[in-house]
Design a protein around this ligand. Structure first.
Ligand SMILES: *Cc1c(COP(=O)(O)O)cnc(C)c1O
Length: 496
C-alpha cells in the first residue's frame, strides 16, 4: 500500500509521494507530511553492513512508496557517485568533544548537495509517472547554499529550467561566485535587493498565484520547488542520520540501542526535521539540539513556545542560517499538534498576518526531545579556535554555531551521551571568517589565497569547488527589486 502525503493545512489535500515531489507545496499553502510514520525494516546489524547508497535505498523506499525499486536505485546511483569526493559520502570525524558528521563532500561543498544531487532525478521520474507534459520550472530562493546546489543538480537536465533568487548583499563572496558562474542553458540566477526572507516570500507568492500558474500552463510550464519544503529534499536527508548511527555501530563506538545526541546548525529547519524523522523511524536518539546564530527565533521558540519573527534581521558570518521564518518548522508544528491541520493553518495564518504565534500547552509537551541553543558571533569564532587548538580540526562558521551550543550544553547539563555535531559546510566555503577566527594575521582578500592558507593550517586538500570558480566567467548579471521578481520570471520564460 502507498504511503500518502497530506497538507499540514488541510488534511483533505492528499497526494502520493511522487505528486508531493512534483508539487513541492500544497495548493492551500501547506507542506506535505507523511500520513503515517514508517519504521526501518532492517536491523542496525544489517544496516551497518551496507554502504551509503544501500542505506539510502532502505530509508527512501519507506517514504517514496510509489517509486519502483528500479527507479529509486537509479536515482540514488545517479546522485551519490563520483560527484562526491569520498566514497563514504558522509564521513564521520572525531573532534575534541563530539563526532562531526561531514555533509560537505558534494559538488558545492555544503550539505544541500546531500538532497539536491538526487532531487532532479526524483522530480523527472515523478513527472513521467504522473504524465506531466509541461517543462518543469524550478523556482528557488536561497540564502546562499541551496542556490548553487540546485543549479548544479538541475543544470542541463532535459525538460527543466531553474531560476534562483538570492539576496544580493546577503551571501558570501564564494557563494555568489559559485552561482553567477553557473553553466547550463537552462539556468538563471537573479540577485534581489532584499534579504533571504524577502526572496522566499516572493517565491511563495508566485507559487500561490493561481493566475500565474494558468498562464504558465498555457506556455507549457509547470512550477516546482527545490526549496527544503519539498519532501524530495527532506527524505534524502533522513538517510545520513541512519547512516551515522550505523557507522557508529559498525565502528563499535556505541552499544546496540544506545541513544545519541545530534546537534544541528539550523536555518529553515529542514536538516533537523530530517533528524526528527530518523528518530521516528527507529534511530535511537536522546536529544535533538537546534543551534541558531544571532537570528535566534528558534531558540526563543523552544524556550517559550512563542514564535515571533518581529525582530531585526541580523547578517552573520553563518549566512545560510540567517532566517527568521523557518519554513519547515510548520511540519513539526503539525506533528506536535497531533496532526491537527486546522490548528496548524490557524497558527501559520497568525504568522503571516501578525508575525507571531503561540503554541498550546499540549503542543509544548510534545516538543520533548528538542532543545534550542544559540551562539553569538564571538562564541562562534571561539568555537572554531577551540576545536582547532584541541584537535587540529578546522570547522566552518555554521558548524561552529553548533559546536558552541554543544560546548555550553555539556557544561550546563553534564550530559555524557555520545554526540554528533552536524557539519554543514566546508571551512573552504567561508575561509575568510574561519581564518580570522583562527587569529591568522593579514588575511588576504582573494578567495583563492585564503584557501591556500587554510590548506596549510588544516592540512586538508583544497576542494574542487574552490579550484573551479577561480577562472570561470560570470554569466549571470541580473539584479532586481523584491517587487519585480514576478516580472523577471515572466521575462525569463518569455511570458507576456
Ligand atoms: C542550509 C544550511 C543550513 C541550515 O539548514 P536548514 O535545513 O535550512 O535548517 C546550515 N548550514 C549550512 C552551511 C547550510 O547551507
Amino acid at each position: 500500500m502507498n504511503l500518502m502525503y497530506r497538507s499540514t493545512r488541510d488534511s483533505k489535500n492528499r497526494v502520493t509521494a511522487s505528486q508531493a515531489v512534483l508539487q513541492g507545496l500544497s495548493p492551500d499553502g501547506g507542506l506535505f507530511v507523511p500520513e503515517s510514520m514508517p519504521v526501518l525494516t532492517k536491523s542496525m546489524e544489517e544496516l551497518s553492513g551496507m554502504d551509503y547508497r544501500e542505506i539510502a535505498y532502505e530509508v527512501m523506499k519507506l517514504f517514496l512508496t510509489d517509486y519502483t525499486e528500479e527507479e529509486l536505485k537509479d536515482c540514488i546511483n545517479k546522485a551519490y557517485d563520483s560527484k562526491f569526493d569520498t566514497p563514504e559520502i558522509a564521513p564521520l570525524k572525531k573532534g575534541s568533544e563530539a563526532y562531526y558528521l561531514e555533509l560537505f563532500h558534494g559538488s558545492t561543498i555544503a550539505f544541500k548537495d546531500m538532497a539536491l544531487s538526487i532531487l532532479p532525478h526524483l522530480l523527472t521520474k515523478a513527472a513521467k509517472k504522473n504524465n506531466v507534459k509541461e517543462d518543469i520550472v524550478i523556482l528557488t530562493a536561497t540564502s546562499g547554499d541551496t542556490g548553487k546546489a540546485a543549479l548544479a543538480g538541475f543544470a542541463d537536465v532535459p525538460g527543466t529550467k531553474i531560476i534562483v533568487f538570492y539576496p544580493k548583499d546577503g551571501v558570501s563572496s564564494v557563494q555568489e561566485k559559485q552561482m553567477v558562474t553557473q553553466k547550463g542553458d537552462n539556468t538563471y540566477v537573479v540577485g534581489i535587493k532584499g534579504n533571504f526572507d524577502d526572496a522566499q516570500t516572493g517565491v511563495k507568492l508566485m507559487f500561490n498565484d493561481k493566475e500565474l500558474a494558468d498562464r504558465l500552463k498555457q506556455s507549457g510550464y509547470l512550477f516546482s520547488s527545490a526549496n527544503s519544503i519539498n519532501i524530495g529534499r527532506l527524505v534524502p536527508q533522513i538517510v545520513y542520520y541512519v547512516y551515522t548511527y550505523a557507522t557508529l555501530y559498525k565502528k563499535k563506538q556505541i552499544e546496540p540501542g544506545e541513544k545519541i545526541n545530534f546537534i544541528v546548525p539550523t536555518g529553515n529547519f529542514g536538516n533537523i526535521l530530517a533528524a526528527y524523522y530518523a528518530k521516528q523511524i527507529g534511530v535511537p536518539v536522546n536529544q535533538l539540539i537546534c543551534a541558531s546564530n544571532e537570528n535566534k527565533v528558534l531558540f526563543d521558540f523552544f524556550q517559550t513556545g512563542r514564535y515571533d519573527k518581529n525582530r531585526p534581521f541580523v547578517l552573520t558570518e553563518s549566512p545560510s542560517m540567517d532566517i527568521l521564518v523557518s519554513s519547515n518548522l510548520e511540519r513539526l508544528i503539525y506533528h506536535i499538534a497531533d496532526g491537527d491541520s486546522d490548528k496548524t493553518a490557524q497558527l501559520m495564518k497568525a504568522l503571516t498576518t501578525q508575525g507571531v504565534y503561540d503554541i498550546t500547552d499540549s503542543m509544548k509537551l510534545n516538543l520533548k526531545g528538542f532543545l534550542g541553543g544559540w551562539a553569538s558571533a564571538e562564541e562562534t569564532r571561539a568555537a572554531i579556535d577551540r576545536e582547532f587548538k584541541e584537535s587540529g580540526y578546522v570547522i566552518d562558521t555554521h558548524t561552529a554555531v553548533a559546536a558552541s551550543v554543544y560546548h555550553d550544553y555539556v557544561i550546563n547539563t553534564k550530559d555524557q551521551t555520545k554526540s554528533v555535531i552536524v557539519s554543514t559546510a566546508s571551512p573552504y566555503k567561508f575561509s575568510k571568517s574561519v581564518l580570522e577566527a583562527l587569529h591568522t594575521e593579514n588575511v588576504p582578500e582573494d578567495d583563492y589565497e585564503q584557501a591556500l592558507i587554510l590548506k596549510q593550517v588544516s592540512k586538508t586538500v583544497i576542494p574542487n569547488a574552490v579550484e573551479e570558480i577561480r577562472t570561470a566567467p560570470v554569466v549571470h548579471k541580473r539584479v532586481c527589486e523584491t517587487a519585480e521578481m514576478q516580472r523577471v520570471v515572466k521575462e525569463i520564460l518569455k511570458i507576456i
